[in-house]
Design a protein around this ligand. Structure first.
Ligand code: AMO
Length: 473
């Protein structure tokens, strides 16, 4: 099983049928001429016969080749073919000879194959392969990422990326039902949105510029312009020197922004979206989870199977104040106003192992664009913000909040945070002509995928990760 549903795959210049189509509808196709194509997963048979196990994106099928049934030179070339080479086979669908079963045992369902009349080698694979596609042996992550083109052919890795695509599709699907529209913001920018440090500088003709850290300022401008509810799924770049399992220098951020909303409203959007993603995966994509579990079970030592438990909503809200109390009550060394470290988050996760929001952070820990409500004070009398995080266990998935829509306070915030309002006029000017209160969030797609697939590292669920030491492939 490779996990893809062949329904809807039309014939192409290179094949009339996918392999899964023939396996599933073999009874109707027996005797029919077909052309199939795929990778040679295994080649067996000596003398005058050859069993070629093919794999395409939908599944597996055996082609049966006979020396006296086709061009001899081609037959010999296929018989000597290296694993992973690509081949096209034309022939007739036939029912495979049923395997012998002990008397009294149930007869297995019929299986089908293609009896070849001709074949064409499209591309021979070099040997040895830098990593085995079907082998169960452990391969280091670096070797796998260096050879991602082969790593991806492994079923469980392929399943993870199919799940990634599903997560994005279900997320989009949900937001569209809540009236959001998709937008795209520029990735070449002139001023920082998330503080001045983590920027990758670049030269934009004669002007200095940077790679965008997030769509923050542009999604807000879209709201000020009247788009009302927007989302964006796009790359964000951070020149952070972290080398951890959850940080990358380029990641896909799934952002929303919403007019006439506060932090609680957008937390609602987020939990409904995650609930929709989890329920859809659990209803429709269990076979992808099974592929991952099959691999986990075959590991040495075996890994616990993953399961998609649809989280109940609303997610718990553990305010920053309460979070500090929990950490302190469990012996954690933290004071009000400190950031919550991974070790502190572990203590909170003992009580809230799943998704939980942490709202109401201290104002001075949140970015300048977060709403500043002077009357809201924390347990020590310090200024609270309308900023929140969403965590799963110890890991932060999202940051978000209600935004500051009053331009004078916004400019004060910029100054308080050591930024120069003159660099932000393209943004602050947007607030001078009537600004609706608004709120939004940014979700790290790879972090969410880590939760869903049981991956222990964001690099597992990013096709070509960019980190401190990796800029290729
Ligand atoms: P923040 O900087 O917290 O907020 O980023 C939002 C989410 O993006 C993910 N993330 C990362 N993932 C991988 N590698 C990184 N280096 C990395 N940095 C962040 C995290 C994080 O929760 N503008 C705000 C969002 C908003 O308020 O709408 C922002 O960018 O999952």
């Amino acid at each position: 099983m490779t996990g893809r549903d062949p329904t809807g795959w039309k014939p192409t210049a290179f094949r009339t049928h996918t392999l899964a189509e023939i396996s599933a509808n073999g009874a109707d196709l027996v005797g029919e001429a077909v052309t199939i194509a795929g990778h040679a997963e295994a080649v067996r048979g000596r003398g005058g016969v050859c069993f070629l196990m093919l794999r395409d994106g939908t599944g597996y099928l055996q082609a049966f080749l006979k020396k006296d049934g086709m061009d001899v030179e081609t037959f010999l070339a296929v018989q000597g073919l290296s694993r992973e080479s690509t081949v096209q086979v034309t022939g007739e669908v036939a029912q495979k000879r049923p395997p012998k079963v002990p008397e009294g045992s149930p007869t297995p369902p019929p299986e089908y194959e293609v009896v070849a009349s001709s074949a064409r080698i499209m591309s021979a694979a070099q040997t040895p392969l830098p990593l085995g596609v079907t082998d169960k042996v452990h391969v280091e992550l670096d070797t796998r990422l260096d050879n991602r083109h082969l790593d991806l052919r492994r079923n469980h890795i392929n399943a993870m990326f199919q799940l990634r695509s599903k997560v994005l599709a279900y997320g989009r699907e949900h937001l569209l039902t809540e009236g959001f529209q998709e937008m795209n913001s520029p990735k070449i920018i002139a001023s920082a949105s998330e503080g001045g440090t983590n920027l990758f500088p670049m030269t934009y003709f004669e002007t200095p510029a940077f790679l965008s850290q997030s769509p923050q300022l542009y999604k807000q401008l879209a709201i000020l312009g009247g788009l009302e509810r927007v989302f964006e799924i796009g790359p964000a770049f951070r020149a952070e020197e972290h080398d951890t399992y959850r940080h990358l220098n380029e990641f896909i951020s799934f952002d929303i922004e919403m007019a006439w909303a506060n932090d609680e409203d957008v937390m609602g959007v987020q939990e409904r979206m995650i609930h929709h993603i989890w329920s859809s995966i659990s209803e429709k994509d269990g076979h992808l989870i099974d592929i991952i579990n099959e691999w986990r079970g075959a590991q040495e030592p075996t890994l616990d199977p993953i399961s998609v438990e649809v989280p109940s909503i609303p997610f718990p809200r553990v305010s920053y104040d309460e979070a500090i109390e929990i950490i302190q009550s469990k012996g954690g060394e933290i004071s009000w106003g400190d950031d919550i470290s991974a070790a502190d988050a572990d203590l909170i996760a003992e009580e809230h192992p799943g998704f939980h929001f942490i709202p109401r952070w201290p104002m001075e820990m949140k970015p300048f664009y977060i709403y500043h409500n002077q009357s809201e004070k924390g347990s020590t009398g310090e200024q609270l913000s309308r900023g929140f995080d969403l965590n799963y266990g110890r890991d932060e998935m999202t940051s978000g909040g209600q935004r500051e829509h009053r331009v004078e306070i916004l400019e004060h915030n910029l100054i308080d945070m050591g930024l120069n309002p003159a660099d932000f006029t393209f943004y602050t000017d947007g607030f001078r002509f009537g600004a609706p209160p608004h709120a939004g969030w940014g979700l790290g797609v790879a972090r969410l995928l880590m939760v869903l697939t049981g991956a222990g590292n964001v690099r597992e669920v990013v096709l070509f990760p960019r980190d401190r030491s990796r800029v290729t492939p």
